[in-house]
Design a protein around this ligand. Structure first.
Ligand code: HEC
Ligand code: HEC
Length: 187
C-alpha cells in the first residue's frame, strides 16, 4: 500500500473523533430543551427522538433559512453547516421515541378526528399509524400542546414552510384541529 494512503487514513482517524465531539456538544444543547431522555422539558417543545431523519434535516434547514420562523430554533442553527444538520438528524432519528404517557382521546373525540383524517386523507402522506417516513413527519404520540400549536400555526400562516399543510388546515375549524391534536397525541 502506498505510504500516502496510510497518511490519509491517519489523518482521517484524527479528524473523526473531533467531528464526533462537535456533534456531542450540540447534542447536549438540544437535550436542554428536547430532553435528556427524549421527553421535552416543556409541552410546547416537540419530540425529536425517533423522528424521521429526512424530516428532521428539512426542519433544521428551514429554521436556518427562516422559512420556518422560530425565535428559539433560529439561533440554535444559525452557524450550523449542512453536514452538522444531517449528522444531528441521523443521530436523533436513531433514538427510541419516548413515552409521553398521553391518554388516548375519548370515543367522541376520536370519531370526530377520524372523520376529519379520512376526508383530508392524512394517511396518504403520514402513512399507517401516522408514523410518516423520510420527509414526512411521524405525528402519532407527539405532544398534545405542540401538535395543537403547530397545526394552528399552519392554519394562521405563522408556520409557512409547507403550503399543503396550511391549505389543508384552513379547510378545517378550530374544533376539528383540537380533535386531531388530541387524537394524534393519544395514539
Ligand atoms: C432553547 C430550547 C431549544 C433548544 C436548545 C433546541 N430546541 Fe429544537 N425546538 C425548540 C422549540 C420551542 C421548537 C418548536 C419551534 C416552533 O414550532 O415554533 C423546536 C423545534 C425543533 C425541531 C422541529 C421538530 C418538529 O417536529 O417539527 C427540530 C428538528 C429541532 N427543534 C431540533 C433541535 C436540535 C437538533 C437542537 C440542538 C442542536 C435543538 N433543537 C435545540 C426548542 C429548542
Ligand atoms: C400531501 C401530503 C400530506 C397530507 C395529506 C397531510 N400532511 Fe401533514 N405534513 C406533510 C408534510 C410533508 C409535513 C412536513 C412539513 C414540513 O416540512 O415542515 C407535514 C406536517 C404535519 C404536522 C407537523 C408535524 C411536526 O412535527 O411539526 C402535523 C401535526 C401534520 N402534518 C398533521 C397532518 C394531519 C392531521 C393531516 C390530515 C388532516 C395531514 N397532516 C395531512 C404532508 C401531508
Amino acid at each position: 500500500m502506498p505510504t500516502w494512503i496510510l497518511a490519509v487514513f491517519a489523518a482521517l482517524a484524527l479528524i473523526a473523533p473531533a467531528h464526533a465531539d462537535g456533534i456531542a456538544e450540540k447534542v447536549t444543547l438540544c437535550a436542554s430543551c428536547h430532553g435528556e431522555n427524549g421527553v421535552p422539558v416543556d409541552a410546547k417543545i416537540p419530540v425529536i427522538w425517533g423522528q424521521n431523519a429526512g424530516y428532521l434535516y428539512i426542519e433544521l434547514r428551514d429554521f436556518k433559512r427562516g422559512a420556518r420562523a422560530s425565535e428559539v430554533m433560529a439561533p440554535v442553527v444559525a452557524d450550523m453547516s449542512r453536514d452538522e444538520m444531517m449528522a444531528l438528524a441521523e443521530y436523533f432519528s436513531k433514538k427510541p421515541w419516548p413515552n409521553l404517557a398521553q391518554k388516548p382521546a375519548d370515543a367522541a373525540t376520536a370519531e370526530h378526528a377520524q372523520a376529519v383524517a379520512n376526508s383530508a386523507q392524512c394517511s396518504q402522506c403520514h402513512l399507517a399509524g401516522f408514523l410518516g417516513a423520510s420527509l414526512v413527519p411521524r405525528v402519532s404520540d407527539q405532544g398534545y400542546d405542540y401538535l395543537l400549536t403547530t397545526l394552528e400555526a399552519f392554519r394562521s400562516g405563522a408556520r409557512a414552510n409547507n403550503a399543503w399543510m396550511t391549505d389543508l388546515m384552513k379547510a378545517y375549524s378550530e374544533a376539528d384541529i383540537k380533535a386531531l391534536a388530541a387524537y394524534l397525541a393519544g395514539l
